[in-house]
Design a protein around this ligand. Structure first.
Ligand code: ATP
Length: 231
């Protein structure tokens, strides 16, 4: 049976969601001809980081972005579980619901580099493809140079993984259900949620890094006003 059109899935903390989440994924989806991408904020226990936004606020901000971009829709399954879970849990659930749909999990190059630290990472390749978006100073081409010390040990494994699984033809994401890595070579946007939280706490402008609606939401709900961990 021919697979159904692929579904993109983009998981993150989205604390807050920003342009570096939105535009690289839009570009990657366009290149891979993926018409729908689920934005899936992860659950964070509220006691873990008191200055970061609640699950409800993070989901609300994701919904505001979805309302403006037909590519995206919100998927709250991770938050709805109300306890910390792993990407593999959500992907297993989606796979069960959509047995004939190629699933394309979007990640930044920083996440590709630490993939081997993810829970049950080899299983992920039975469940989904990966679409990798560039993140500044984290190019896939310079894997060796940029892997920090804690990740250096994974570089040979990651290179071997790319050798067997990387495809340069996005149609491979349409013709099989899972198992390939497509590096979308998207434009880099140098922005992170932690940087945005830091700027907001210091009363500095973040207007260049976020959609105006998200900034309005942050201001209306007095989010990110106290100092937090700025990992
Ligand atoms: P924080 O700064 O709090 O660690 P973050 O900005 O990295 O947050 P996350 O929600 O943790 O955002 O990231 C979710 C996904 O988005 C990850 O796969 C990450 O690689 C990707 N991502 C985040 N920012 C960018 C960016 N500027 N360009 C490309 N990918 C990004």
């Amino acid at each position: 049976m021919k697979p159904a059109p692929p579904l993109g899935i983009f998981g993150g903390t989205f604390d807050p969601i920003h342009n570096g989440h939105i535009y690289p994924v839009m570009e990657g989806a366009e290149k891979a001809n993926i018409r729908k991408v689920a934005l899936m904020p992860c659950y964070i226990p509220s006691h873990k980081n008191p200055a970061a936004a609640s699950s409800e606020d993070r989901l609300k901000m994701v919904e505001l972005v979805c309302a403006d971009h037909v590519l995206f829709y919100p998927d709250s399954r991770d938050i709805d579980r109300g306890k910390p879970t792993f990407s593999v849990d959500s992907l297993t659930e989606i796979r069960t619901a959509k047995p004939n749909t190629p699933l394309c999990f979007f990640i930044g190059t920083d996440s590709l580099k630490n993939l081997m630290t993810w829970h049950k990472w080899p299983t992920l390749f039975e469940l989904c493809h990966f679409v990798v978006c560039e993140r500044k100073a984290e190019s896939v081409k310079t894997l060796k140079n940029h892997a920090d010390n804690s990740l250096k040990q994974y570089v040979p494994q990651l290179q071997a993984l790319l050798k067997t699984r990387q495809t340069f033809n996005p149609m491979d994401l349409h013709n099989s259900l899972a198992g390939r890595i497509y590096v979308a070579n998207t434009q880099t946007l140098t922005v992170s949620s932690s940087k945005i939280r830091q700027l907001l706490t210091n009363n500095q402008s973040v207007a260049n890094f976020l959609p105006p609606k998200i900034l309005d939401y942050i201001q209306q709900h007095n989010l990110y006003q106290t100092s937090a961990d700025f990992c």
